[in-house]
Structures are given as C-alpha cells and as structure tokens.
Design a protein around this ligand. Sequence first.
Ligand code: HEC
Ligand code: HEC
Length: 219
Amino acid sequence: MKFPAIALIVAGLLSAGIALAADAAKAPAAKTEAAKPAAQAEAPKDAATIATTVCAACHNADGNSVITVNPRLAGQLPEYITKQLNNFKSGERANPVMGAMAASLSADDMVKLGVYFGAQKPKSSNAKENGPGSLGEKIYKGGVAAKGLPACASCHGPTGAGIPVQFPRLAGQHADYTVIQLKAFRSGERANAPMMKVIAGKMSDQDIVAVADYIQGLR
Ligand code: HEC
Ligand code: HEC
C-alpha cells in the first residue's frame, strides 16, 4: 500500500507549489488517477473495528459526530481523511488529541479509515442565520472581490460536496468546528494547507462566522 502515500505526498507538493487560481482549475483533473487506489481499496473489517472502538468516542461510529467541535467525517473524501491522519501523525497539522490518535495508526490503517468514513452517510444540519441572501452565502458563492477573497464554491463545489481528491467536503460540517479551522489557518496554527492560509488571511471574524454558519446548512 505504498502508492496512496506517494500520491498524497505528490498532492501535497502540488498544493504547496501551484498558484491559487491555476490550482483551482487544474488540480481536480490532475488528481483523478491518483484517486483510484484509495477508492478501490475494499472497506476492511479492521477499519470498522478501529472506528467503532476508538474513533466513535468523539466522531460517532458512523462519522456523524454530535459534539460540534469534533468534525463530521461521514461522506468526507477518503483521500482527504487519509491526508489529515498523516499530517496529524507527522505534526504538520498540530493537534494534541488527534496527534495521539494517529500515532498508533499505520499508513494502511489511515487509507482504510478514509474509505470507511467516506462511505458513511452524512447527516444534514441547518444554518442558524445564514440562509439565502446572507453574508455567508455571498462569501461562499461569490467571494468578496474588494478583499481578493475567492468564492469557496470554486474549490469546494457549489453544494460543498468537495472536489476529489484535494478539496474536502464542507457541506453540513459543524459551524463551531469550521470557525476553529478558519481561525487556525489564519493564525498559522494549522499549517498543512498553504492555500487556506492565504484565503483565511483575507477574512474578518464576522466573515468566518457567517460562512461557517452557511456551510453548516449546505447539503
Ligand atoms: C478524544 C476525541 C477524539 C477521538 C477519540 C478521535 N478524534 Fe479525530 N478529531 C478530534 C478533534 C477534536 C478533531 C479536530 C482537531 C482540530 O481542531 O484540528 C479531530 C479531527 C479529525 C480529523 C480531521 C477532519 C477534518 O475535517 O479535517 C480526522 C480525519 C479524524 N479526526 C479522524 C479520526 C479517526 C480516524 C479516529 C480514530 C482512530 C479519531 N479521529 C479519533 C477528536 C477525536
Ligand atoms: C483555491 C482553492 C480553495 C478555495 C478557493 C477555498 N478553499 Fe478551503 N480548502 C482548500 C484545500 C486544498 C483544503 C484542504 C486542506 C488540507 O489538505 O489540509 C481546504 C480546506 C478547507 C477547510 C478545512 C476542512 C476541514 O474539514 O477541516 C475549510 C473549513 C475550508 N477549506 C473553508 C473554505 C472557505 C470558507 C472558503 C471560502 C472563503 C474556502 N475554503 C475556499 C482549497 C480552497
């Protein structure tokens, strides 16, 4: 199972090296081949066992976490989940809780857990205030030209479904978790995504809260 790991490293190098606009247009097509090995891996019993005995405590066995600072994993792109687990283990995405969780996972476990959670059915939520016509919707669909803030939809898809394999699903994610991540990108605390650091750096606290609320209602 060396190939997916190599593909992810290549994906990481690409995401770090290519300019914003060009990446948004080219990356999805360029990654289609790399997506195959992980997507074709059969969902094995051992991933389900790890998920139901370890991960379930915080993410629920089906990946639809209830506590809103714990991200939902159900329906997430398998390759994205695997990348994050690798980044937690290496410390590239520094988080004490997930660093400890990932420490005991093998590269193979990470691929299989990505497939397992990616295959779970995501539950939907509602936005609290940012429905149609809101600031959150405007930022998500059109960005803010005056600030050079790009539309989130251009990389994460119009419904937040994500674009394999590099751009994660956002739809239905807990707003509390999304706010934490956008602030962590902005401060540099989450340093595993150079593109998102640039983007979050253009957002005010008000922008972040609004778009996170809108994202929670996407389905
Ligand atoms: C003690 C609670 C806890 C347990 C157990 C746990 N997680 Fe997490 N997980 C978290 C928290 C909290 C975060 C958010 C970290 C952050 O804020 O960056 C997270 C984040 C993640 C992410 C990143 C998701 C994203 O959208 O970027 C993945 C993937 C993940 N966990 C997978 C797992 C897997 C697989 C297991 C089981 C091996 C597991 N977690 C066990 C609490 C937990
Ligand atoms: C140029 C492409 C691009 C654009 C535009 C973009 N993103 Fe992202 N985003 C990414 C990539 C790539 C990642 C994955 C980072 C990683 O691999 O760790 C990501 C990750 C994220 C995450 C982390 C998801 C998680 O589960 O932890 C959030 C939240 C996010 N983006 C929100 C936004 C919002 C809000 C906007 C619009 C203001 C936006 N993004 C616009 C490329 C983009």
